[in-house]
Design a binder for this molecule. Structure first.
Ligand SMILES: C[S@@+](CC[C@H](N)C(=O)[O-])C[C@H]1O[C@@H](n2cnc3c(N)ncnc32)[C@H](O)[C@@H]1O
Length: 214
């Protein structure tokens, strides 16, 4: 994580005072984490047939350990209040919803290279948001496409980005291109996160136990 001098917005949304309130509100189960009635099914449990929630959930590519690392980091940045958030890597929108709940940004834009569409569960989540908290997805956008990223940021945000989370390709060239494009669009004191950087080298990815490449 890269954090510069903080001079950004400071107030939490009404009803949620601190990051510790948010993390304390999470209800963890073996295969899922629940927040305010929204169910985030953990991808680590995806092969477990007893945990089939069909379409009534998000699928979240995060582990509890990773969320705990965010909690730990944010406990040292209590005044960091991102208003403008940009996310790389949507999949089924699980992390977009999860981070929207955590940070409550005014504008949250996410892109993904896949030519998919928002799931019905994700659409109902977006409809449930307060009108002042916008969530927007762009499908078919490669994180290595400098021009498109810049175009989206310039058209969606009227002030610099506060937070970028890259959980997309995890490959060097594409990640570097996004970083070179988006980091200059971040305000001083903003945070740029590149998640799971070692993912392509993880043993279970290189040699998956069930022979299926993840
Ligand atoms: C591990 S998933 C993470 C999804 C989400 N952040 C989550 O935690 O549930 C990675 C996502 O990045 C997308 N992705 C992979 N390469 C990409 C690229 N070059 N540009 C944009 N998105 C990409 C994939 O299609 C996939 O949806």
């Amino acid at each position: 994580m890269c954090s510069l001098q903080d001079n950004g917005p400071k107030k939490f949304a009404e009803g949620q005072d601190t990051y510790s309130d948010f993390f304390a509100s999470l209800s963890w189960e073996r295969d899922r984490v629940i927040r305010g009635g929204w169910v985030f099914r953990l991808e680590s449990a995806r092969d477990d047939p007893t945990c089939d929630l069909r379409e009534n959930c998000f699928r979240l590519h995060k582990t509890k350990q990773l969320i705990d690392e965010y909690q730990n980091y944010l406990s040292r940045e209590p005044d960091f209040r991102p208003k403008n958030k940009f996310e790389l890597g949507i999949w089924e929108g699980g992390s977009v919803a999860f981070w929207s709940e955590c940070f409550r940004p005014q504008m949250h834009v996410a892109v993904d290279i896949l030519q998919k569409a928002d799931t019905e569960y994700f659409k109902s989540y977006v409809r449930s948001r307060e009108p002042a908290q916008h969530v927007k997805t762009y499908w078919g956008v490669d994180q290595a496409d400098r021009f498109r990223l810049k175009q989206i940021v310039e058209s969606e945000f009227n002030s610099p980005l506060d937070l970028v989370i890259d959980d997309a390709s995890h490959t060097y060239k594409a990640t570097k291109t996004s970083f070179e494009t988006l980091f200059p669009m971040l305000r001083p004191g903003g945070i740029y996160v590149i998640e799971d950087w070692a993912w392509v080298h993880w043993k279970e990815f290189v040699e998956p136990p069930n022979g299926r490449r993840r």
